[in-house]
Structures are given as C-alpha cells and as structure tokens.
Write a protein that binds this ligand. Structure first.
Ligand code: KE4
Length: 431
C-alpha cells in the first residue's frame, strides 16, 4: 500500500507540531506506524492523501454517528456559514440545541455549551466543587475525561496508550485532590468514601468505560455510585462525552436508568464540529455565572456553525427507527465477531454496548482496568497494521473503541468481518 504522500506530510508536520499531530493518539505511536493523512471522507469511507480508501471505524473518535459528510449536515453548515460563523452574542440556534439536549437526556434540566469534552468535564468538576464547598473528586483508573489537570491521574485513552497515565506538569495540589477507584469495583469506592466522604465534591465516571477499550458497568456498580453520592452529598457526574447519544438516544443514563446530578457531553452533539456541554439539575446549574458565582466562559461557546452541525445531527438521530437500525446492525456485527472468536478458539474477547465496542487481545472476561491492561498490545499492533493494509481503519490503540455509524452498510460490515477473519487467522495467536 503506497503511503508516500502521508510520509511526506508527516515529516513536515513533525517539524512544526509536537509529534506531528494535534492530539497524541492520532500519531499511531503505539502501533509503531506513521499515521495516514486523510484527504476526504464520505459515509463510512475515508480516503488518504495517497488515494487509499478505508472503511472507517474511528468516526473522528465517536462524533460521526451519521457517517462522514452527511448531505443534510453539510447543507445546513453551508446555509449557516453564509449568514456568518460567530458573533459572540446569543443566537436562536444555540437555544434550540440546548432544548434538544434537555428533551433527549432525562436528568438534564439546564445545559451550558462549551467547545470540547475537556471543557465540559473541567467545568462540571469546578461546579461540583463550587456547590459543595469540597475539593476532592473520585475518578476511575483507566477512565479518561479529557486533559484537565484533575483528570490526568491514572487516565485512559491516549495517556494510557502512550504509557503516561499520570502526566508530568500536574500540580501536587491537583493530584492529591483526585482519588482513584477501580471501575466496576464498588468496594474500592466505598473505601474512599469511608476515608474521605465529607471531602468528596464529586464522583466522575464514564458510565460505560470507553477509554480502556470498552467495559460495560457490572450490574449494581452505577446504582452503588448513585447511592454513595446521595448518602454523602457528593455530586454524581456521568461523563457521557462518548456514550451520550451513542449507546441510547438518552445516553447510558437512559440505558441503565440512573439519574446523575450532572452530565458531560461532546462528540455527537457537535456532529464533527467542536461542541461540548455540561448540564443537570436546575438547582445546581443555576450556580453557573452569570446566574451564579461559579465562573466559566468561552469565546466560541455555542458557536452557530458548530451548533448547526450538532443540532442537525441530533434531529436526524431522533427520527423514528434510527437507533433500532443502528443497534440491529451493530449487535449483528459484534455477535458475528464473537462467533468468529469462539469458532476458531482465538485467545481474544470482545465487549460492546450497541454501536461502540472493542476487541481485546486477551481471552476471558474484560471487566476491569487490570483485565484490559493485560491485553497483548504487540499482537494488537500487528492486527492493526494488517487491517489497515486490508482497507479497514480502526483506532490505533488497544485502549480505544470501535464505532459503527448509520452509514456502515451490510456490505461494509461483511467485508470487515472477512478481513478480520483473514487477519486474525494469519496471526500467530491462531496456532
Ligand atoms: P475532548 O476534549 O477530546 O473533546 O473530550 C475529552 C473526553 C472526555 N470524556 C470522554 C469519555 C472522552 O472519551 C473524551 C475524549 N475521547 C478521546 C478518545 N477516546 C478523544 C481522542 C483524542 O484524545 O484525540
């Protein structure tokens, strides 16, 4: 496969940007390859600068639930852009997006739009500290909530992929106020509350972990967090940046029927443009400036162009039958992938929740961070490289998710399964 132009672009990029990228996980470091530079995309396909085409399962790390360059989204963007891209003043369309989010997410009475998932989680934690007057937060090893100081302690996603779960540069004060529990181990959280309950402002959790590969919550885990937070007066924050509008139109909180106090959102609500959001109970949200004292602001928050893509995306996924069809396709694909593993007795396992999933290079159940980190990342790298050569583009890390979009056809999924079978049976694990 010719990747000459990608190589040339990467050489230039490395001279002017750290690691040649604007987000670490894109650099393909953990799979020991140079990244491909994307020229264009449409539907389920992406095309690199050398003209190679791939079936795309990264989907910009989750936002593109409709697939790339959806006609209605592109048209709405063109119409909006022609009327101006940003005013730094209130517009009707940001109210419409806020109303749509509130309509779709059960626990959200009020919402603030920001520009990224990181901004959403940083703001939600500041708000929780502001309303409780407490400093400590609980997060979970392997969960990723963006690159805010409080979260770069035993973080997942790129931090885990690059082997730096706890980043240099985070002040000791931040680190000591971040307590870490074990995802799916309620006892580890009960212990933290026994020790520091009255100092804990919030528990922040990905209700389905998506940044150490995909790990669903064990029955009772989320319910237990809800109970502990209510008991100690701590704020329960569901970080639904990845799961929101993905695993269910109302997010994981609707799927598992748990009401957090605050929800952070991103990805799908921007439809591929930069939008994040945090929202929740009115009595908490009204504490945010200018209606309350907890300060948070943003020049481009609620930007009409970004909000247009997000609102159009939410409108389309709200149409009757959208999730039925997406989940049918996804569950069929992942079911066949599991059958492939079982029929060939491959030392692999696969977790998924509707259209987000992960193939782990480790046999047995993957239910915790330590399970996930025992995966054979070298074997994953070989798998990744072979799939890429075969025209299938998955996340360049064992600790990420694979996303199926509405644009993935039955043929795409059948071809992908064939390539997966071919590659997996060619790897040494198949012996
Ligand atoms: P952003 O700041 O990257 O928009 O969102 C941070 C974030 C917060 N919470 C969750 C649950 C997330 O998954 C993310 C970002 N996800 C990663 C991929 N796993 C973004 C990819 C990247 O870092 O380039």
């Amino acid at each position: 496969m010719n990747r000459k132009l990608s190589k040339q672009h990467f050489e230039k990029a490395n001279k002017v940007m750290p690691g040649g990228v604007n987000s670490p996980v894109r650099a393909f470091r953990s799979v020991n390859l140079d990244p491909v530079f994307i020229a264009s995309a449409k539907g389920s396909k992406i095309r690199d600068v050398d003209g190679n085409e791939y079936i795309d399962y990264v989907g910009s790390w989750g936002p593109l639930i409709l697939g790339h360059a959806h006609e209605e989204v592109v048209q709405a963007l063109k119409d909006t852009a022609a009327r101006g891209t940003s005013f730094g003043a209130p517009t009707e369309i940001e109210v419409l997006l806020a109303e749509k989010i509130i309509e779709m997410v059960p626990s959200v009475d009020m919402v603030r739009l920001v520009n990224s998932g990181t901004e959403a989680t940083m703001s939600a934690v500041r708000l929780a500290r502001g309303v409780t007057g407490r400093d400590k937060i609980v997060k979970f090893e392997g969960c990723y909530h963006g690159h805010g100081d409080s979260f770069l302690i035993k973080a997942g996603s790129g931090a885990l992929t690059l082997g730096e779960p706890s980043s240099p540069g985070v002040p000791k004060g931040s680190a000591q106020d971040t307590l870490t529990g074990e995802f799916n181990n309620l006892g580890s959280v009960e212990k933290l509350f026994d020790e520091s309950g009255k100092e804990i402002a919030a528990v922040i959790v990905e209700p389905v972990a998506g940044n150490m590969g995909v790990i669903p919550p064990r029955p009772g885990f989320l319910e237990g967090l809800r109970k502990l937070c209510s008991q100690y007066g701590s704020v329960l924050i569901f970080d639904e940046v990845m799961t929101g509008f993905r695993v269910h139109p109302g997010g994981a909180q609707a799927l598992y029927n748990i009401a957090p106090d605050l929800t952070t959102m991103g990805k799908v609500i921007g439809g591929g443009l930069p939008v994040g959001a945090y929202g929740g109970k009115r009595e908490i949200m009204k504490t945010v400036a200018p209606s309350g004292p907890v300060y948070q602001a943003g020049t481009l928050s609620g930007n009409p162009l970004a909000v247009t893509a997000g609102l159009k995306t939410l409108e389309i996924i709200s149409r009757p039958g959208f999730f039925d069809e997406l989940n049918r396709k996804a569950n069929d694909f992942f079911g066949k992938s599991i059958a492939l593993i079982e029929e060939n007795e491959l030392p692999l396992s696969l977790n998924h929740v509707n259209s987000m999933g992960c193939l782990f290079f480790k046999p047995g159940r993957i239910e915790t961070y330590s399970d996930a980190t025992e995966s054979d990342t070298d074997m994953f790298s070989q798998y990744f490289a072979s799939l890429l050569k075969a025209g299938v583009y998955i996340a360049p890390s064992q600790f990420e998710a694979l996303f199926i979009s509405a644009a993935h056809s039955e043929e795409d999924l059948a071809v992908t399964l064939d390539k997966m079978r071919e590659v997996l049976l060619s790897l040494s694990i198949a012996s």
